[in-house]
Design a protein around this ligand. Structure first.
Ligand code: KIV
Length: 272
């Protein structure tokens, strides 16, 4: 290991817990490949999520359902090779843990063994209790995911805000408490009312990370392609764009094409 590499302190689940305890917000961003993960990790993000949103932003599917365990492992291996500091969490994809707890365990072990990631994320509460217990029993840290859980999009029928009604809000709070009691190290809350997310974060000892869940949680996560402005067509209220890479890339590619057409590239300094 190089000197520079060994000096970098890896973020762990314990460090995230300490961050919550001292009120330091946690930054998390999705990542799916070596080159982008290298930039994002060096910029200092705390958690890299190899999200099954790869199904949307990398493969062009409409939902997260089609991505396979093999494909998730492929994305995760590139991210693991790139990142020296961030904790790396990988989504267990749809159909790889809901069937039985032994299937969940097999999937989690494959992710950990074949990619070298540090933790997995699973969507759901009481419905996946046995799977969460089994994965945790093998020593694999689990991050929960409640609220708008995209793997259940065909059950919801819409990407609208979840848990506005009292019954669903109550179940979400119970599920969050359950995930903590089972031993999850963190929970993601997606697209729920800010006041409900606040209550969950106040009631849980473990870090609560929000996406479209307001500011009163312990950290935030966004899909990298959305926050960098690579996607132009996705404009939810919760999204803040920190760059316009769609514009930057389009401009660069147009200039490249123009230079080729006009025989300005390559010039003599770019030739042998
Ligand atoms: O897959 C993903 O990108 C996610 C985030 C939206 C939390 O689960």
């Amino acid at each position: 290991m190089s000197a520079a590499k060994s000096e970098i302190k890896r973020v762990t689940t314990h460090i995230l817990q300490e961050m919550k305890e001292r009120g330091e917000k946690i930054s998390m961003l999705t990542s799916y490949d070596f080159s982008m993960a290298k930039i994002i990790d060096a910029a200092g993000v705390d958690v890299l999520l190899v999200g099954d949103s790869a199904s949307n932003v990398m493969a062009g599917h409409e939902t997260t359902l089609p991505i396979t365990l093999d494909q998730m492992i492929y994305h995760a291996t590139g991210v693991v090779r790139a990142a020296n500091r961030a904790l790396i969490v990988v989504d267990i994809p749809f159909g790889s843990y809901q069937g039985s707890s032994s299937e969940a365990l097999r999937s989690a072990i494959r992710i950990m063994k074949e990619s070298g990631a540090h933790a997995v994320k699973m969507e759901g509460g009481i419905e996946i209790r046995e799977s969460v217990i089994r994965v945790l029993s093998a020593g694999v840290p689990v991050m929960g995911h409640l609220g708008l859980t995209p793997q259940s999009i065909y059950k919801f029928g819409t990407y609208t805000v979840r848990a506005r009604e009292e019954d669903e809000a109550k179940k979400l709070m119970e599920d969050a408490k359950l995930l903590e009691e089972l031993g999850c190290f963190s929970v993601v809350l997606e697209k729920i009312p800010s006041q409900l997310a606040k209550k969950v974060a106040e009631n849980l000892k473990i870090p609560v990370i929000g996406i479209g869940a307001g500011s009163h949680v312990d950290g935030q996560v966004l899909v990298m392609h959305d926050m960098l402005g690579i996607n132009k067509d996705f404009n939810p209220r919760f999204l803040r764009r920190y760059a316009d890479l769609h514009g930057t890339i389009t401009h660069a590619v147009k200039n490249y094409i123009d230079d080729i057409k006009k025989a300005r590239f390559p010039n003599e300094h770019e030739s042998y």
